[in-house]
Design a binder for this molecule. Structure first.
Ligand code: DGL
Length: 270
């Protein structure tokens, strides 16, 4: 069966591309809710409702396993979905925990008590909703002690990328990094806690300086998924083809997505 990948828009393509490279035989159905992007400025109730609705749509495509390739949905809706909504025969995984496991040098599912780790000062760049949820700090506290987190809500960046305006997005990134460095002048690591941001990883790195380790999610999530599928072979299969779906205008989204990933991507209407 195909694996479903959900994002509010085109940002999750950074995760989809990494998964496709790591698991080339695994069909993937991607769904972007471009009509309602960005999620990062919406309230928790709306994010929960949209995420559930589109996860159900991916079930109709045969995807019993859905990856929320959206930090905002992972941070704001995933816990509630798993606790109150998800049927027993379906799985929904987020992109937040694999990232935190990487920063805290843990393997998948390592549930040992929190311990000291190499990084002590972490800069988090994410959407306003993800920052407000404090999910990063909560998940980090389960795994590490003594880590200072300074979070920067990066308003406007997702909007600019969804509208194919890379120049504006890069300008906004530079000003968000400068704002964070005023509060935390020497972070050891920076976490790109939004799947749209890896496309501007060089801009983040350049603005932060070469001594800062910049973590982004594509390969981290792809490795976690490969590990998960090995342990759950019933979720693997090539019985249905992969495809790209959008709630937005397929023509407009295909154009922006192709620019975003640097190769042609053809979206269909949901
Ligand atoms: N790319 C998504 C994330 O990882 C969502 C951004 C948005 O829709 O605001 O947070």
């Amino acid at each position: 069966m195909p694996v479903g990948i959900f994002d509010s828009g085109i940002g999750g393509l950074t995760v989809q591309q990494a998964i496709a490279a790591r698991l080339p035989d695994q069909p993937l159905v991607y769904l972007g809710d471009n009509l309602h992007a960005p999620y990062g400025v919406r309230d928790a109730e709306q994010i929960f409702e949209f995420t559930c609705q589109h996860t159900e749509r991916l079930w109709e495509e045969g995807c019993d396993l859905v990856i929320l390739a959206c930090n905002t949905a992972s941070a704001v809706a995933l816990k509630r979905m798993q606790e109150t909504w998800l049927p027993k025969n379906k799985r929904v995984l987020g992109v937040f925990v694999p990232l935190i496991e990487a920063v805290t040098e843990r393997n998948w599912g390592d549930a040992s008590p929190p311990r000291e780790v190499a990084v002590d000062q972490v800069a988090l760049f994410a959407t306003p909703a993800t920052v407000a949820s404090r999910a990063f700090q909560r998940e980090l506290a389960f795994r590490a002690i003594g880590v200072d987190v300074e979070a920067q809500p990066c308003g406007g960046v997702v909007d600019a990328l969804e509208q194919d305006d890379f120049e504006l997005a890069a300008e906004l990134v530079r000003s968000h990094v400068a704002a964070l460095l005023r509060r935390m002048p020497k972070p050891r690591a920076a976490v790109l806690g939004c799947t749209h941001y890896p496309i501007l990883k060089d801009v983040f790195q350049d603005a932060l300086g070469p001594e800062v380790d910049v973590y982004s999610q594509g390969t981290i999530v792809a490795e976690s998924l490969a590990d998960y599928l090995q342990r759950h072979p019933e979720m693997v299969g090539a019985d249905r083809p992969g495809r790209f779906l959008t709630t937005g205008d397929p023509k407009v989204v295909s154009k922006a997505a192709s620019h975003f990933v640097g190769k042609p991507v053809v979206f269909n209407a949901v």
